[in-house]
Design a protein around this ligand. Structure first.
Ligand code: NAD
Ligand code: FES
Length: 283
């Protein structure tokens, strides 16, 4: 059993939890993820490691309450326990060998998985320009944390309640058009449509662009094939070959199709859970 040491409500739907998992914390590196189960018979969900603390023996996760399991997780409080917490999984992100300028694009809850990567770039001496966006100001997460590890931080909201009124890709385009600033690498983490747009935007400029994928996963160890994704015409397993891949090589069309496979089952599970909650169960 894994204890929830801290819980913070970041927005109406985004929550942060610090979990006591010393063995995971000892080995965790930026770019890696964990798989947890709230209850022994529950669904396994992958979540990127947003931060780790070897001294405290803790891992920080940030999640959006979007389906049954994330809503169930959100009902737990500091002092409660998770049934399983496995990791670190996936390949750590590779850092560029020479210092340079990196643009980090984080969309919505994707700001959580991009934060440890930006922190690692910053600590490696890279100049990081971050662009973060959310549907509305209240859903914007980790603004102060991102500012602390970025040379510049640009904020966007779809409804104009904070920063630029529009998508993160608008700001990225102005940077791509600015020939006075050389860009060595771009990393984008967020919803699939956002990562796909960023990949299409940067392709003509020939700038190395990375994305962190979160396809459907089950075992997280390369055995079940659920997380398969086509990269450069080859089948890769996101859990062991990724989750970070070359954005220009990812088949986003197929990935988008596969991500919708269980939509109706997910909807049914959520409705059942919400019904149970209303009737006093659900945990
Ligand atoms: P969202 O839909 O609110 O979008 C967040 C921001 O991304 C927007 O404000 C906008 O700036 C940008 N964006 C969205 N669509 C865009 C487009 N078509 N073109 C350009 N920019 C666009 O995001 P959300 O609801 O916070 O995120 C939920 C999604 O994120 C889920 O689908 C989830 O699977 C995904 N997610 C991905 C990761 C990952 O590791 N890649 C991690 C967690 C969640
Ligand atoms: Fe099963 Fe990746 S989750 S192979």
């Amino acid at each position: 059993m894994f204890k929830i040491v801290t819980k913070k409500v970041l927005s109406e739907v985004n929550k942060l939890m610090e979990i006591e998992a010393p063995l995971v914390a000892r080995k965790a590196k930026p770019g890696q993820f964990i798989i947890l189960r709230v209850r022994e018979n529950g669904e396994r969900i992958p979540l990127t490691i947003a931060d780790s603390n070897k001294e405290r023996g803790t891992i920080t996760i940030i999640f959006q309450e979007i389906g049954k399991t994330t809503k169930q997780l959100g009902t737990l409080e500091a002092g409660d326990y998770l049934s399983d917490f496995v990791g670190p999984l996936g390949k750590p992100m590779e850092l560029p060998s020479t210092p340079g300028r990196v643009i980090a694009v984080g969309g919505g809850v994707g700001i959580a998985p991009i934060y440890p990567k930006v922190k690692a770039f910053h600590e490696a001496g890279m100049e990081v320009i971050s662009i973060i966006g959310a549907r509305t100001a209240d859903l914007l997460i980790l603004e102060d944390e991102m500012r602390a590890v970025s040379k510049e931080l640009h904020i966007c909201t779809d409804d104009g309640t904070k920063g630029h009124h529009g998508f993160v890709s608008d700001i990225l385009q102005t940077m791509l058009d600015d020939k006075s600033k050389k860009i060595d690498e771009i990393i984008a983490v967020g919803p699939l449509p956002m990562m796909r747009v960023v990949a299409n935007q940067t392709r003509p400029y020939g700038i190395k662009t990375l994305v962190s994928l979160n396809p459907i996963m089950v075992d997280g160890t390369g055995m079940c094939g659920c997380c398969r994704v086509t990269v450069g015409g080859e089948t890769k397993f996101s859990c062991v070959d990724g989750p970070v891949f070359d954005a220009h090589q990812v088949d986003f069309e197929e990935l988008t199709r596969r991500s919708r496979t269980y939509l109706s089952e997910e909807k049914t599970a959520l409705e059942k859970f919400e019904h149970e909650c209303r009737c006093g169960g659900g945990n």
